[in-house]
Design a protein around this ligand. Structure first.
Ligand SMILES: NC(=O)c1ccc[n+]([C@@H]2O[C@H](COP(=O)([O-])OP(=O)(O)OC[C@H]3O[C@@H](n4cnc5c(N)ncnc54)[C@H](O)[C@@H]3O)[C@@H](O)[C@H]2O)c1
Length: 263
């Protein structure tokens, strides 16, 4: 999805700075962006590392003067398994990338935008920020946290009558590399599947994502959401019923049932 966003922005004439831990992937996207006639570069950035986020902001400002759009999108499925089977390292690693990564990103990129009172922050949450399932606790916790932070940032910027916009991107199923990246981790390694139920969850996710939408569509949707200054960005309507049902359960004080997409 990050590639699709970067190339959509490049097609609009925007210069691109990318941070990722996948240096080959980053170099390929930089080359694609340059071929579209804009300036682009990549910096090895582990988003879980606070300083790396500040260094990426500085590199982008040195190269282009300021950051106009920050997409806090890096992600992993995280360790899969029962919440009590996962180790502290599993929890910390996943939350470090998915939640701390976004927190660091806000602290690194927003102050510069506040200074020139212009810009847009896109935070990638998930349907998992609204509806929880079993066997991927750290992912669910992180994505609920990202939704809360996006709402908080939006309220704070509105209170200051700021011109900075926020979009909370909540993808449903999108056909990307995210499950394959988890499969490439060695058994027992942090961030890998930790038990049989986690394995089942990953199998389910793999099938669901293979039938998901093309990331290119998300790139277009993100670009349009920035132009329209739209806060909520759901990539499809398949989970609307499950989200409505969950909120109804809250209002009627009923225990949650497992939400399903409507198709
Ligand atoms: N694919 C889906 O169906 C789906 C659904 C909901 C939300 N999301 C979210 O969308 C975002 C993008 O994921 P995707 O599906 O495009 O997956 P992807 O695996 O194709 O892309 C994720 C990118 O993040 C990078 N990354 C991983 N760890 C990193 C780290 N520590 N620091 C910097 N970069 C790191 C990877 O190298 C990769 O380039 C993630 O936040 C994910 O949770 C995905």
């Amino acid at each position: 999805m990050g590639r699709a966003m970067a190339l959509r922005f490049a097609r609009a004439g925007m210069n691109i700075a990318i941070g990722d831990v996948n240096e080959d992937g980053m170099a390929a996207v930089v080359a694609e962006a340059k071929a579209l006639g804009v300036e682009a570069f990549g910096v090895y950035t582990d988003v879980a590392d606070e300083n790396a986020n500040f260094a990426l902001n500085e590199a982008a400002c040195d190269a282009f003067g300021q950051v106009n759009v920050a997409c806090l999108n890096a992600g992993v499925t995280g360790s899969a398994g029962r919440s009590w089977s996962l180790t502290k390292q599993d929890w910390d690693w996943t939350l470090g990338i998915l939640l701390d990564g976004v927190i660091h990103g806000v602290r690194a990129f927003v102050p510069g935008m506040v200074e020139h009172d212009d810009g847009h922050v896109v935070m990638t949450a998930s349907i998992a920020g609204h509806v929880s399932s079993a066997y991927s606790g750290p992912y669910m916790v992180a994505k609920h946290g990202v939704v809360a932070l996006a709402e908080t940032l939006h309220h704070e910027l509105r209170a200051e009558k700021s011109n900075i916009g926020v979009t909370c991107l909540c993808p449903g199923f999108v056909n990307t590399d995210i499950v394959a990246a988890t499969r490439r981790r060695d058994p027992g390694q942090v961030g890998a599947v930790q038990d049989k139920l986690g394995e089942k969850w990953l199998d389910f996710s793999e099938r669901a994502l293979a039938g998901g939408i093309d990331p290119e569509i998300v790139g277009e949707q993100v670009y349009d959401a920035i132009v329209d200054n739209q806060f909520w960005l759901f990539t499809d309507q398949d989970w609307d019923h499950a989200i409505g049902e969950k909120n109804q359960q809250i209002l009627t004080r009923k225990a949650p049932t497992l939400g399903h997409p409507s198709k």
